[in-house]
Design a binder for this molecule. Structure first.
Ligand SMILES: Cc1ncc(C[n+]2csc(CCOP(=O)(O)OP(=O)(O)O)c2C)c(N)n1
Ligand SMILES: [Mg+2]
Length: 580
């Protein structure tokens, strides 16, 4: 028996069916979101969404509507709320824009597996849905098709053409966004029903969300865990390849516990960078071309590789370079909640379908080679010692900093009270290759599409979720220009963050790869400090490492959104720092 305190139950079970015609679609949408315990709705409204706003007003104590300046920023913020909390972030926008401008956050959520629910409409005008009136997204002749656009990115979509379908669609969308592998789902409301009342129909009774959401996931198979334990117990140089599935509090704790107890090396994917303290005795860092040489060496030299919550995707495993991971010589096992990921890219001798944290907890009941622990730790220490980071970063031109200077300054500045988001470009490659994260969970990255402009809205969302933290966005000038309107949202919503913009007046990463044939990569100079001031933020331009450090300190204590515009030498390249 479920405790049914819901308004739906009362409505559905009422002997007098009067309740049915007193609830409109928009009321049901808002009440269902509250029932689902959605805390924020990120939006830039239009048409059908505008018709729902009054209802959100009536419930503004229970559900915070965050107005952004673009659908792109709204969708990124919803995705990051999902990523950080494990519960769907809600993104609401008008059909044609929700599915285009706002596709950015949806795609990121899809590739990075972040739970997110999109609420949108067909943007059709009463009775004219089939005539392709401008903005219309019904999919009828002459119109575009919002549902089909969303289907290319969302795990599942629902098309709501009757009022009572709205709450059920939302409940299902919420559930499917949350089930592994998590991702975005979408509810498309036919605009014309948004203001309409529910009608009584005995076959469409409404039940509360609780009855749909409580799903027990499969536990790890005990025999398979025992086999994995045997495999690990005999390993001289075992490496855990840890992925996105472990980038949550319980996952991080389990990885640390098992690796420390048995001396297992922890190498991570990009999404899992910083899942354990990267300076600790078990950590070899992030894998791949844009990762750390120590991680790549450890995986190369390992005799046993166990992927945990990691797809073993080519992007962080050197695109299946035959001299890197060698299935004929190394023993490979994989644990993934999604059976489709097991043995996807690399063949494995053992694949376990389970949540990684559950599997590691079960493994802890076995002896994974205690007698070999010290020898394993000595091997890891040797790997670490061979690959120090931030040792000889190239000097920058006078009055400017190199990307390495920014990373060194952040390395000295970051404390457990800070969160750091990354964006795209050469500034990011410097961070992933050279910044060792000491506080697990501190680093928040765009691990899906890795699009420019993600990092600063991500920082704003991180501040919303973790108001107690000092949140820093490290971004390029190209990236910041794409979504800097979020600075205004930070002021409006009281989300003070620090933005460090590595301003090298161009698309550094692309420019670095062009050499002499330089075209399409240089921007006119932009003063982000003054732009920030114009949006009601603090803005400061820095030309030295000392000034950067000072500005970071000042921002931490100012309680205001601060943009630190760092003059970066355009010659400061990522080439050479990554592990090509
Ligand atoms: C939205 C988007 N468009 C294009 C790209 C391809 N891309 C990756 S990095 C990069 C350059 C980024 O420039 P900037 O943000 O200034 O960072 P920098 O490399 O200069 O540090 C480009 C164009 C991308 N990742 N995202
Ligand atoms: Mg740049």
């Amino acid at each position: 028996m479920i405790d049914y305190p819901s308004y739906f139950y009362e409505t559905a079970m009422d002997t007098t069916p009067a309740g049915y015609d007193t609830m409109t679609t928009r009321e049901a949408v808002v009440k269902t979101l509250i029932e689902l315990d959605a805390q924020y709705v990120f939006t830039l409204p239009g048409l059908g969404v505008t018709w729902m706003l009054g209802e959100f007003y009536a419930h503004k104590k229970d559900l915070r509507v965050v107005l952004t300046r673009s659908e792109q920023v709204a969708s990124i913020m919803a995705q990051v709320v999902g990523k950080l909390t494990g519960k769907p972030g809600v993104y609401m926008g008008q059909g044609p824009f929700a599915s285009t401008t706002g596709a950015f956050g949806l795609l990121e959520a899809s590739f990075a597996g972040s739970p997110m629910v999109v609420v949108t409409d067909t943007s059709c005008y009463d009775g004219f849905g089939m005539y392709g009136v401008y903005q219309t997204m019904t999919g009828d002749y002459g119109a575009a098709d919002v549902r089909n656009v969303l289907k290319t990115m969302a795990k599942a979509t629902w098309y709501v053409t009757e009022p009572h379908e709205a709450p059920y669609a939302l409940q299902q969308a919420w559930k499917q966004a949350t089930l592994p592998r998590q991702g975005p789902t979408a509810v498309v409301l036919k605009s014309s029903i948004i203001k309409r009342d529910m009608t009584l129909n005995a076959r469409t009774q409404l039940y509360p969300a609780a009855g749909y959401l409580d799903v027990a996931l499969p536990r790890p198979d005990a025999d398979a865990i025992a086999r994995l334990a045997t495999l690990l117990a005999g390993a001289q140089r075992p490496v855990l390849i840890v992925g996105n599935g472990m980038q949550n509090p319980r996952g991080r704790a389990q990885v640390k516990a098992v690796a420390e107890r048995f001396g297992l090396a922890v190498a991570t994917s990009y999404n899992a960078k910083g899942v354990v303290d990267e300076t600790s005795a078990i950590a070899v860092g992030m894998l791949g071309t844009w990762g750390m040489k120590s991680a790549n060496e450890a995986v190369h030299d390992a005799d046993v590789l166990v992927a945990v919550g990691a797809s073993l995707g080519p992007d962080y495993l050197k695109f299946r370079d035959p001299d890197f991971i060698r299935p004929a010589e190394q023993r490979i096992a994989q644990i993934d909640i999604d059976p489709r990921n097991a043995g996807w890219v690399y063949p494995t001798e053992l694949s376990i379908c389970a949540d990684g944290a559950d599997a590691l907890e079960a493994l802890m009941a076995h002896d994974l080679g205690s007698d070999l622990r010290q020898a394993r730790l000595d091997w890891i220490a040797g790997v670490q010692a061979r690959h120090p980071v931030l040792t000889d970063t190239p000097p920058a031109a006078p009055g400017m900093l190199g990307n390495g200077d920014i990373i060194r300054t952040l390395d000295a500045f970051l404390t457990p009270d800070d969160l750091l988001t990354l964006d795209a470009g050469s500034n990011r490659i410097w961070a992933t290759t050279s910044l060792k994260i000491r506080t697990p969970g501190q680093l928040i990255v765009p691990g899906g599409i890795g699009g420019m402009g993600w990092g600063t809205p991500a920082a704003a969302a991180a501040k919303l979720v973790h108001g107690e933290k000092n949140v820093i966005s490290l971004t390029g000038d190209g990236g910041l220009a794409m979504t800097m309107n979020v600075l205004s949202t930070c002021v409006q919503e009281n989300l003070p963050i620090t933005v460090v913009v590595a301003n090298n007046a161009g698309l550094g990463m692309v420019r670095d790869n062009l050499g002499e044939r330089r075209i399409g990569v240089d921007f006119a100079p932009t003063d982000f400090a003054r732009i920030a001031q114009g949006m009601g933020c603090e803005g400061v331009r820095v030309n030295t490492v000392q000034d950067l450090r000072q500005a970071l300190d000042a921002a931490r204590h100012s309680g205001r959104t601060t943009v630190i515009d760092v003059a970066v030498d355009p010659a400061s390249s990522h080439v050479g720092v990554s592990d090509y």
